[in-house]
Design a binder for this molecule. Structure first.
Ligand code: ZN
Length: 335
């Protein structure tokens, strides 16, 4: 599918991506690698075409394989099949209808993949000389893109430990509460990957529904002593409890909540230091962006290339995909 020379698939195995001018101990992707891999606007457009469609690829009208060639004056590919068909590689992706240079886009996406504590819209505005509204829109799209790739990830596996906990996030803006609103987040981690869901309350039915949706059957669930988890055993889950209220932080089986508490610590620090206020409608995007990086924190060579190896269509509204936000839409404004 991909033409020669592009680091598609497992790009970190491609010698093109491990340039000697990268720092020897730096596992991630540096700007020098991106700069050398994509020296021009056209190289990015052709990469985008190769990743999304491939050449040759089927004609959209008749479905026969066709050879595609670039139209120089437009950001478009064309074929002679069916009297001339065209494909715009940027349409239906985060680059849709953008006039910002694609190299700037990749630079911004690289910042998002390499940052520790989030990227503020004003940084992008100053760094790239954009208007704030443009910078804000680009950040929103990159964030949505990351959250869509991350999706509703499932955690655990047969016999694997999954640490489950809930936390309250502050600084969530709703139409009624300007920056004083809150959201309840449920987090699940196996120590490596993490999944979150926004939940309306901490009742038994809510927590059980999220666990049934997002945790792989057969996992051993480690929770605190919170009463809403009491029905786990009834529902067929193996549960290990750490009773924080009794001053126990490592239980008799040697299990603790440290993995999920560490995640909350980093997430809350990022929100407090960089994002400050997030609107309730966009909260799933911020969590998706953060989880995307967090799940790859020990494989940082993947972060940037995972981000540009698939291009899910961006939704027309702010509505999250299934399984990320369990709060009914009509309730959200009340929180
Ligand atoms: Zn055709």
């Amino acid at each position: 599918m991909a033409s020669e020379g592009y680091p598609i698939g497992r790009p970190w195995l491609n010698p093109q991506c491990r340039k000697p001018w990268s720092q020897p101990n730096f596992e991630g992707t540096s700007w020098s690698t991106v700069d050398k891999t994509f020296p021009t606007e056209d190289s990015i457009l052709s990469y985008l075409f190769d990743v999304r469609f491939g050449n040759p690829s089927p004609c959209p009208k008749c479905g026969r394989m066709a050879n595609w060639y670039r139209i120089r004056s437009k950001r478009c590919y064309s074929t002679n099949c069916c009297g001339g068909q065209s494909i715009f590689p940027m349409s239906n992706t985060l680059f849709d209808k953008s006039r910002t240079p694609l190299r700037d886009w990749l630079h911004i996406m690289l910042l998002f993949s390499n940052t520790r504590s989030g990227i503020a819209g004003h940084l992008i505005q100053r760094h790239f000389g954009l208007t704030y509204s443009c910078a804000h829109k680009i950040c929103d799209r990159v964030r949505t893109h990351m959250a869509l790739i991350e999706g509703a990830r499932q955690i655990g596996g047969p016999g694997e430990l999954v640490y489950v906990d809930e936390a309250v996030l502050r600084g969530v803006t709703t139409p009624h509460q300007k920056g004083t609103g809150r959201a309840i987040i449920m987090g699940m981690t196996n120590g490596e990957s993490v999944a979150t869901a926004i939940i309306p309350n901490r009742k038994i039915d809510t927590l059980m529904r999220v666990i049934n949706d997002r945790v792989v059957a057969g996992s051993i669930i480690v929770t605190d002593g919170f009463s809403s988890y009491r029905r786990l055993a009834e529902a067929g889950w193996e549960r290990s409890v750490v009773f924080h209220s009794q001053g126990i932080y490592v239980n008799h089986e040697g299990r603790s909540q440290a993995a999920i508490e560490a995640y909350w610590g980093v997430l809350k620090r990022v929100i407090r230091s960089t994002y400050l206020h997030m609107s309730r409608e966009n909260l799933w995007k911020y969590l998706g962006e953060f989880n995307f990086r967090y799940c790859r924190r020990r494989q940082s060579y993947r972060t940037f290339w995972d981000m540009i190896s698939q291009f899910p269509p961006l939704p027309a509204t702010h509505l999250p995909p299934q399984g990320l936000d369990y709060v009914p839409r009509r309730w959200r404004e009340d929180f």
